[in-house]
Design a protein around this ligand. Structure first.
Ligand code: NDP
Length: 453
């Protein structure tokens, strides 16, 4: 039995039967049985069903916002933004079934045609930080391309995924196309990765588990897309609009209590403006509103669990260079205050490992060359930012930093219409935008001979 807890109150809000490996196999069988029917639905009808699903999700918006807020301890404003994006994602991919076009390639003696074929049953494994939003990034393109799926939410945050399965059925998505299995990753997740009838795994989570999934998938040569950890840098040059950079910095690392793979958990600041930047940052951090997630004013809630809080706290030992500290409630709830460490060396643990909490390391640099070297001195490569008023430098540095996504004079990383994903150990493949469809389809090449042999 899984006890689902509200991290802001520590109260049990739901008890759910935990699925086993056998339950996982049953779900894969259902998805496999439903696949030919869903694949063969006319593209216009599949588009219509996805539009209807987007409308049904829209109608349930407040229910989903409340569940996500309670289950993750998210402020309502953050949860609202995520469910908005879920609706938008299904609306966007509803346009895809009728646009999955191929090429015609004339060759000697005939013509080749390419088709974008669905893969079959896909396994979707998602984490607890943005439960339904990250699932939607996978579910919507998977369905649009004609796949069926088994979704495994994180055991601690299953509530919106369970609701999604109901909403999809009610919206007319045929039985067996959408399957949700709530159970431990080491059993349900691992089984999906190894199951011979699962064609692909799309995973978001830690780099450690990503490696296990790749290894499990190798046996059956599954397609794998992985969206893993990050240690993204915001690079602030002396010629930047420092007030804008400092004002934007807290939300970039404290939103979702820092439990965000795109968190700008390193801020690299040119040494000549280091102290000025910190003094601009101080009021923004101290004023960051931490507390009751059900208040519309709140900007940051608690961490997901007591264990996770302990892990985050281990990055701030007694002798840590705490330069700025915000406030947080005493408890109950898994609270941790916004914390700025400065100055930090890029070799320190707080600058190297993904903390996944509201702790940011501020690191000085002397030159553009050193800024690029430090930003790239990490195993990760997910996102980042460059703050400067020089257009040429902005583009030069953005292109030199080895990440899948980077913003100039902004900390925005994700939009439904544009590709998102990592370089290096931050992952494989891209989600969102038209690019995601490449990872839920296989190109088939058909040759038609137009001349007698
Ligand atoms: P995990 O990578 O452990 O979990 C992500 C998902 O994978 C969950 O659904 C989990 O299931 C499942 N899972 C766990 N083990 C396996 C396995 N062997 N095979 C298949 N699936 C598995 O992340 P955590 O939630 O434990 O977080 C740990 C750290 O990972 C964080 O502190 C953070 O650094 C990073 N992380 C990064 C995220 C990102 O967005 N890039 C998201 C979440 C975490 P279950 O939990 O139900 O057992």
């Amino acid at each position: 039995m899984v006890e689902v807890i509200n991290p802001a109150t520590e109260e049990v809000i739901e008890r759910i039967e935990s699925a086993t490996v056998e339950d996982t196999d049953v779900a894969v069988d259902r998805a496999r049985a439903a696949f030919p029917g869903w694949r063969d639905v006319e593209p216009a009808d599949r588009a219509r069903l996805l539009r209807r699903l987007a409308e049904a999700l829209d109608a349930e918006r407040e229910n989903l916002v409340r569940l996500e807020s309670q289950n993750v301890g998210k402020p309502l404003g953050g949860a609202r933004g995520e469910i908005d994006m879920v609706v938008e994602t299904f609306g966007y991919y509803a346009g895809a079934p009728e646009r999955l076009l191929g090429d015609t390639i004339p060759v000697s003696g005939g013509v080749n045609m390419t088709f974008r074929e669905p893969l079959g049953v896909v396994g979707l494994i998602v984490p607890w930080n943005f439960p339904l939003q990250i699932a939607a990034w996978k579910m919507a393109p998977a369905l649009a391309a004609g796949n069926t799926f088994v979704l495994k939410p994180a055991e601690v945050t299953p509530l919106t995924a369970i609701e999604f399965e109901r909403i999809a059925l009610e919206a007319g998505i045929p039985e067996g196309v959408v399957n949700v299995v709530v159970g431990p990753g080491s059993q349900v997740g691992q089984r999906l990765a190894e199951h011979p009838d699962v064609a692909k795994i799309a995973f978001t989570g830690s780099t450690e588990v990503g490696k296990k999934i790749m290894a499990g998938a190798a046996e059956t040569i599954k397609r794998v897309t992985l969206e893993l950890g990050g240690k993204s840098a915001s690079v602030v040059f002396a010629d930047a609009d420092l007030e804008a950079a400092a004002a934007a910095a807290p939300a970039a690392v404290f939103d979702n209590a820092g439990q965000d793979c795109c968190a700008r958990s390193r801020i690299l600041v040119e040494r000549s403006v280091f102290d000025e930047f910190l003094s601009l940052l101080e009021p923004a951090v101290e004023g960051f509103r931490v507390g009751d997630p059900t208040s519309e004013e709140t900007e940051m809630g608690p961490l997901i669990s007591a264990d996770h809080r302990e892990k985050v706290a281990s990055f701030v030992p007694e002798d840590a260079p705490v330069a700025i500290r915000g406030s947080a409630p005493e408890g109950p709830g898994f609270w941790y205050p916004p914390t700025v460490l400065a100055p930090v060396s890029n070799d320190d643990r707080a600058a190297r490992e993904e903390i996944f909490g509201p702790v940011v390391a501020v690191i000085p640099f002397e030159s553009e060359e050193e800024a690029i070297r430090l930003a790239n001195d990490t195993i990760y490569g997910l996102s980042g930012s460059v703050w400067t008023t020089s257009g040429a430098r902005a583009l030069r540095v953005a292109r030199s930093i080895e990440t899948g996504v980077i913003s100039i004079n902004s900390n925005t990383s994700v939009r439904v219409t544009t590709p998102f994903g990592g370089m290096k150990q931050s992952g494989v493949g891209r989600e969102l935008g038209p690019h995601a469809l490449d990872y839920y389809t296989e190109v088939k090449n058909v040759y038609l001979a137009t001349e007698e042999d």
